[in-house]
Design a protein around this ligand. Structure first.
Ligand code: FPP
Length: 242
């Protein structure tokens, strides 16, 4: 049973976004890929700010996947530096604007300084409740489920849990997202129609919206239109309309 069966006419409570197209956006302008990522970071600020007006309580964004390490060293280190700078620059505004920030993904491979900033920002904003922003960083859906399965196996091995007690809810409780509702709507920008290992388990019943706009051009206005489009759909969660 999905955790978040909201009224479809009221709009999605949890929106997840695959922010794709930064590289192409920069390329079209004859600029390095990192220029596109910087422009993308500005859009993150704008989209987070637009959430309360649209009743979006949870926003989850895909910032760096477990597969993104395959990019050039220059792009990877540039992105890591961008994440650090973003946290340093945005922390105060996020706190003042009621945004609670969480990070999901495997922190083990991330730079120590970055992890410290992530931990501090989570702590700093822990009392906020207006918008719950979750940033997926070194995140992969399969990796998340694998890590959860390992921790579950350890619980069984050490006698704290019986295999008979394991159901979907138990497994959900071991995922990075265990405190979040499932996403109602997943948006991917840049015209690609793929999930790319994002929230595989959690998006079992989500609606998908693929838009052609490249992420650095995805405005608050367009975000509003996509949300309005969602409001017009019916969600059945595998059942039938009453
Ligand atoms: C995908 O575009 C984008 C990424 C891999 C990085 C996403 C990062 C940001 C939007 C930067 C800011 C984020 C935060 C949280 C501050 P791509 O490079 O795959 O584009 P392409 O498909 O056109 O090459």
């Amino acid at each position: 049973m999905p955790k978040d069966q909201d009224d479809p006419m009221t709009g999605p409570a949890h929106v997840a976004i695959i922010m794709d197209g930064n590289g192409r956006w920069a390329q079209q302008r004859g600029r390095p890929r990192l220029f596109g990522h910087q422009a993308g970071a500005k859009r993150v600020r704008e989209i987070v700010a637009a959430c309360p007006a649209h009743g979006v309580k949870y926003l989850t964004i895909f910032a760096f996947s477990t597969e993104n390490w395959k990019r050039t060293q220059a792009e990877v280190s540039g992105l890591m530096l961008l994440f650090r700078r973003y946290i340093e620059r945005e922390a105060k505004a996020l706190l003042e604007n009621g945004v609670r920030v969480r990070f999901i993904g495997d922190r083990n491979r991330l730079d120590e300084k970055l992890v410290r900033l992530m931990d501090d920002l989570e702590l700093l904003t822990a009392k906020n409740d207006l918008v719950h922003l979750t940033v997926a960083l070194n995140y992969g859906g399969r990796d998340e489920v694998t890590r959860a399965a390992k921790r579950l196996a350890l619980e069984v091995e050490q006698g704290r849990l019986s295999h008979k007690d394991i159901d979907a809810e138990t497994l959900s409780g071991f995922l990075d997202t265990h405190v979040l509702p499932d996403p109602d709507l997943v948006i991917r920008t840049s015209g690609e129609a793929r999930i790319s290992n994002f929230l595989l388990w959690q998006s079992a019943y989500s609606e998908y919206e693929f838009v052609d706009t490249l992420w650095p051009d995805f405005s608050a206005d367009e975000f509003g239109k996509v949300l309005a489009n969602y409001g017009a759909r019916e969600r059945r969660f595998g059942g039938v309309i009453a």
